[in-house]
Design a protein around this ligand. Sequence first.
Ligand code: THU
Length: 163
Amino acid sequence: MTKPKKLKINTLIEVYEDPANLIKQDFNLLVAAKEALVKSYAPYSGFQVAAAAILEDGTVISGANQENAAYPMCLCAEQVCLAAVRSVQPQGKIVAMAITVHNAQNPATQPAAPCGACRQVLSETEDRQQSPVKIIFAGESGEVYVVASAKSLLPLSFNQSFL
Ligand code: THU
């Protein structure tokens, strides 16, 4: 019997014990994301999420999750942020996005990674702009994770080449 070929998927994550050790642009973007938590509307889950994106020209645009009583209509922070970017700069290239959370019931002591749907949208954003989006994600305290591309968080991603 022939053994199947094996594919190994590697994800490289930079782990910062202290946000102060991030490069200045990433640190500032994380601060912008933390500041954007006030834009969150999360009366149902109490789970506030905010994202801040920096574009090639240095513009920083942020967004936060927006919930509805009809739960499936809830909008994730990352997608609100991306929609805000596209409203202001339809052709702008996003260089990086910082994501953070606040949950009074259960404070996050580790990085809260974007959900699967947001990973897909971020991955397709990279395809569209033909350049990677660095993702910086953090909880309320603890380590900060940095990946060089959203695709690092979504191996075997679906894309337009299948259509
Ligand atoms: N949420 C985000 O904003 N981003 C994610 O990547 C995961 C989940 C929001 C949606 C909802 O308002 C709340 O977090 C709880 O799921």
